[in-house]
Ligand binder design. Structure first.
Ligand code: SF4
Length: 371
């Protein structure tokens, strides 16, 4: 049977953070209950599939922990016994009760959005929790019995300095987290941040902070396996690896994407339309995905890189052309042993430019199609 990933978008938040452009609406219990029924009907509509990874992302999935436990019970037959089941949580609503219930209904990986361990930065980001609550949320999940805990932090936020980031890294690596995601803040159009005068680090400042992060996490045993993701041995996120390794997955919910049956699909960012339609309406975004360009673009995000010549041979690209493209990239940005092409941390910093040289993908496509 076809083993797939399942992504479930939970588009509810208590309030909107001013930098965020993920699709979410204000949480209310009745809509949430109706929403989960629509999610359940959509998932049950797929036949002949087995999920070996499940990921509840958002939004703030932990707000719906009771409904998610019910959902997992109803789709249990479709989930592999060894599946990785991840759920994103916000520290301000992470309780011992929710953590214990989620663990007992099969969730085995929690991803906590800490963002920073500095209260001034958290206020500037419009977050509802402080650093103490962030640390407490990790402890709650650990004490509940989770052995896979990811802590998300952000690089390049307003008011952040190299010193304050070092403080965050030092505090986060002392917590019982097994995985750390360190995302660079991107100012998205049409968010409140895009309209504000923000005091942000310079380009060089960003670069220093990113390289400090790579170094500090490495010194604490976290291996970088993707541009923004670091894990203790054996704690990499299997679900997210599917995206970068071009494996298939089904996405359910408004704004969700799928790669299924050889095509890529998207669902409109409209919760009303989603709840009124089973099966969910999707539109094709790519009817011939996972070709050379896309595999290079996604694979170069990973520390393991790509087997360049094997990809050339598979997709009928002349090796000579790949060599020519490679010769345009400064050597400090990559390593190539005649087999695997890998970016260095300095290369990750400018990965869009490197990927642009190695492929025919235009810059705006890279932005749109990045995961
Ligand atoms: S809690 Fe997360 S998903 Fe919700 S608005 Fe804030 S950043 Fe976005």
């Amino acid at each position: 049977m076809n083993k797939l990933g399942l992504y479930v978008h939970i588009p509810f938040c208590l309030s909107k953070c001013p930098y965020c452009d993920f699709y979410s609406v204000k949480y209310d219990e009745d809509t949430a209950k109706r929403y989960i029924k629509a999610v359940q009907a959509n998932i049950l509509g797929y036949s002949g599939v087995k999920f070996d990874t499940v990921y509840f992302g958002g939004g703030t999935p932990i707000l719906l922990w009771r409904e998610i436990c019910g959902l997992l019970g109803s789709i249990g037959d479709m989930i592999d016994p060894d599946a990785e089941i991840s759920l994103e949580a916000n520290p301000c609503v992470t309780s011992a009760e929710a953590a214990a219930a989620l663990l007992s209904c099969g969730v085995n990986r929690i991803s906590l959005g800490l963002q920073s361990m500095n209260d001034t930065e958290l206020i500037a980001l419009g977050r509802r929790h402080n650093a103490k609550q962030g640390a407490k949320a990790v402890e709650i999940c650990h004490n509940a019995g989770f052995s896979d805990i990811s802590a998300d932090i952000m690089i390049g936020t307003p008011c952040q300095t190299r010193e304050s980031l070092r403080h965050t890294l030092s505090a986060v690596t002392k917590l019982p987290a097994t995985h750390i995601s360190a995302y660079m803040l991107k100012i998205e159009p049409d968010t409140p941040f895009a309209k504000r005068e923000l005091s942000l680090p310079s380009e060089d400042g960003y670069a220093d902070m990113y390289l400090d992060t790579v170094e500090e996490l490495k010194a604490n045993g976290f291996t970088q396996y993707e541009i923004s993701n670091f894990a203790l041995k054996g704690h990499e996120c299997r679900h997210n690896l599917k995206y970068w390794q071009c494996e298939e997955y089904i996405g359910v919910g408004p704004a969700a994407h799928s790669f299924y049956g050889g095509k890529r699909y998207a669902v409109k960012r409209d919760i009303g339309e989603f709840m009124d339609n089973v099966p969910q309406r999707t539109y094709i975004t790519d009817d011939c995905p996972a070709g050379f360009d896309e595999r290079v673009m996604l694979g170069l995000r990973l520390s393991e890189g790509i087997d360049l010549y094997a990809l050339c041979d598979r997709f009928g690209i002349e090796r000579k052309m790949a060599d020519e493209r490679l010769s345009k990239i400064p050597p400090a940005l990559y390593s190539f042993d005649g087999n695997r092409l890998r970016l260095t941390p300095e290369g990750f910093l400018v990965s869009n430019a490197v990927i642009g040289i190695m492929t025919d993908i235009k810059k705006e496509d890279i932005w749109i199609r990045s995961y």
